[in-house]
Design a protein around this ligand. Sequence first.
Ligand code: GLN
Length: 293
Amino acid sequence: MTTPTIGELLTSATHDLAATSPTPRLDAELLLAHVLNWPRARLLAEYRHRPDAAQRSAFDQLRARRRAGEPVAYLVGHKEFYGLDLVVTPATLIPRPETELLVELALAEAQRISAQRSAHHTAPGALTIADIGTGSGAIAIALATHLPTALIYAVDLSPAALAVAAENIARYGLTARVHLLQGDLLSPLPAPVDIIVSNPPYTILADVEPHVRAYEPHLALDGGPNGMDVYRRLLAAAPAALRPGGTILLEIGAWQGAAVVALARATVPDADVRLHQDLAGHDRVVVVRSTGV
Ligand code: GLN
């Protein structure tokens, strides 16, 4: 048998991965590019190249792990999110494309609050944001790169996740403005903030897709028996941790819209509460604007 080309390796891996992955071709390309240490586009330009035996064996091992359900992001050690390339490990949830909506809405709130401030000539100083349950730091870093003067607290209970976030923050040169805090929800914050943003654990573990449940950290997924535990604690503590006129933005599961909106209305007095849908049309983010200037 002759040594296979890149094109042949990708074809056979795609066929093999189709048994368990919804994106077999993409997975095969990402894994092979990782093994060769090439950008993915180069695979297509050089599809007649023949990887050597060590590279083929490394690729076969990753392909087998992927076939068994291990997420590609953990196999290659990084994931694209909001135009950023982030290091991820099994200590962190893998950033999801839906969460980009949370970032977009938080950026819009940041602009709105800043504009309101300058119109009222009040409260000079940097806009402050808390990303609660930062994991890999995805949300905090995406916000920091688009808000060049904001001060961001990235909070997580998991020291292992914070180590990953620290690496990502350093990679993007943001250590001066993104501060890591270890602890439970809002408790580590040194002072009230303008914006609280969070993609908290909200799933009902028993209902989670089996590969997600098998590989991703339960600390980042488990929202208790009905997925509401963390929202309850977070919203109860939020008014005291928010500056007047501040906003809370929460990612939610597609089935949780009504419950989280009702909880927000009950726990944050006089708030303007709105539900937003992601690109797939699913309820995905609840925005809670508190009143006051
Ligand atoms: N979006 C993740 C999933 O459904 C859940 C993330 C979370 O609990 N915050 O797999």
